[in-house]
Design a protein around this ligand. Sequence first.
Ligand code: FAD
Length: 479
Amino acid sequence: MSTALVWLRRDLRLADQPALRAAAAAAERVVPLYVHAPGEADPAPGAASQWWRHHSLAALQAALAAAGSRLHLAHGPTVAALQHWARACGAETVYATAVAEPEAERTAREAAAALAEDGVALRVLPDGLLTDPHAARNRSGGMYRAFTPFWRTVRAQLDPPLPAPSPHLPPPGPTPEPEPLAALGLLPRVRWDRKLEPLWQPGAHGAERRLEAFLPAGAAAYGEARDYPGQAGTSALSAHLHFGELSVRRLWHALADAAEQGAAAAESVEAFRAELGWREFAHHLLAQEPRLHERPVDRRFAAFPWREDPDGRLLAAWQRGETGIPLVDAGMRELWATGWLHNRARMVVGSFLVKNLRLPWQHGEAFFRDTLVDWDRASNSMGWQWVAGCGADAAPYFRVFNPVRQGERFDPDGDYVRRWVPELAGLPKQWIHQPWAAPADARRRSGVTLGRDYPEPVVDLRESREAALAAFRSLSGTS
Ligand code: FAD
């Protein structure tokens, strides 16, 4: 009997899953295997991401069992585990989908070589992205360093295939005893994660439910609503996409359907697709800059005069949402409470860390890595470099987000701040984004004493902005 091993990676679903489909078409026995080897990724995923992975694997376990199959779990190192399982199951072929990260690509190459020694073929199929992140080239043959020309070229050529249904999976047959899910140690020892449980449903079923809740009305309103952190104007599909619980082709075509049925304006759908384009671009950039999470693309920024924060007081205030700047604190508290943050809030809290506090963007990258359920190496690294002004296609450093103006514009009634910073809830909307500027009696009537109920700002916004611009000018070649 022919046997295929399916090495599951960032493709934790059954529908439109190229590796499972190819294996089911080719072999009489299909053995789905997930190898846990967190140390092989550098940087390794943080706690919130691992929480999601645990539940995503549990969901996949249930889905495979319902389909008459079984998920097998093993500890890494990956190459040794694949070799062991291929031998133990008598597999002739290992099927997998690509993960567009430098170490993951190296692991796949090493696995291919090791398996080949046993006469086993590794077939890695494209998935996860709409394009090959290594492929796009500009007119002079180079890779793109800016989003707009990248997306113009890539978008014009995009024609993703229609999503395929779940395959009929042949049973795995006799296999070695797999590890229990709990043995992977993905859940935190201190169970802070309970707060995430009512908010998210990791796994393909949860992804479909969120997609259905978003489409078509969400796509229709997206062009307008996506900018307001207090509204559910975006899809919140990022973690599902990261773990491959939702095929990006399925999402692409679901958007096309919404547009074709007239349920969403073409411009709104295109705006959403452009966000998927940013996801593609992040991977295109990572393919050029393997240390994107720590090394500034604009190398001048390696010499940036960051502020000293010897006791970590400023960083801790930012992490805890106690900076005294309401929109920043609302964002950081939302992140801590939910493991997710609206894109605008990511930009605002990021700009405040890097420009007003003048702390290294790598601190922000690392904190997001640990706390975001949707942490994605390419998107997070690109996002931080964009915010810091040192990325390939970054906001210029001198464009400093003013969190008061951002609040007045994108949280005009202050609802977002009231939700996450309840101690300010009584302030009228004209002061909600700058309580320090409110007349003392307005604060008193609202029950807010600065320094007691809510912190004084840790920095003066105007002065810190000037200091950041001066620091930027000190870099050679920036004036
Ligand atoms: P939607 O607006 O519904 O967009 C749909 C999908 O498009 C998203 O799910 C996501 O996959 C993709 N997308 C949207 N915006 C971007 C973007 N700017 N860059 C790349 N992909 C995008 N996104 C992550 O998935 N993981 C991260 O770790 C991450 N870190 C970030 C850090 C910073 C500092 C910044 C500024 C942005 C970061 N982003 C990250 C991008 C973006 O904020 C999130 O993808 C988005 O907020 C997720 O919410 P959503 O699913 O509702 O997005």
